[in-house]
Design a protein around this ligand. Structure first.
Ligand SMILES: [Zn+2]
Length: 175
């Protein structure tokens, strides 16, 4: 005697004893084996069940591949749907920077230098090239001045050997 785990066309799992493998084939072929739940004679052999194994094992094993195959697409669709919402791509981007302590200190020094210059020098504005030239050629007494010069004017002053320095401009003061 041999026990087969069977399932019908409706997925009902059941077990049945047969005299032999050949006897099983013959009985199924002659529609002598039918499902105890729906009486369908369209049954097929599943696995050879251990003696104490119930029909649940067969159901679980048929169900696992089906759910396992259907499972992966679900999380993928879920993540792709939630991704655009999680990415703040619609917000306007602003320049950002991580400032190191050294950078912070450098900027502090720049600010101090600038404040020192502007507090201890005369502001001459657009007359800076003219005033600088006067001082350079000894027409007026040397003093600290600051003002504006165009790139061309700055170039001329430099070529005349007049020493001057660009006023430090801090990034956050450009606006
Ligand atoms: Zn059935």
């Amino acid at each position: 005697m041999i026990k087969y785990a069977l399932s019908c066309e409706h997925g009902h799992a059941f077990e049945s004893w047969f005299a032999s493998s050949a006897a099983y084939d013959k009985q199924v072929k002659n529609a002598l084996v039918f499902c105890p739940l729906c009486n369908s004679t369209k049954v097929e052999k599943a696995i050879m069940a251990p003696r104490l194994a119930g029909t649940r094992k067969r159901e679980r094993e048929t169900a696992t591949p089906a759910s396992g195959a259907a499972a992966p697409p679900a999380p993928a669709a879920e993540s792709s749907a939630s991704l655009p919402a999680g990415v703040p791509a619609q917000q306007p981007a602003a320049p950002v920077a991580m400032m190191s302590p050294q950078e912070r200190e450098f900027r502090k020094k720049l600010r101090e230098l600038r404040e020192h210059l502007t507090q201890n020098a005369d502001y001459v504005g657009r007359k800076f090239p003219e005033e600088a030239r006067k001082m350079h050629y000894g027409e007026v007494k040397h003093r600290s001045i600051y003002g504006e010069a165009s790139p061309d004017e700055a170039k001329d002053l430099h070529e005349e050997g007049i020493e001057f320095h660009p006023l430090p401009v801090l990034p956050d003061e450009r606006n």
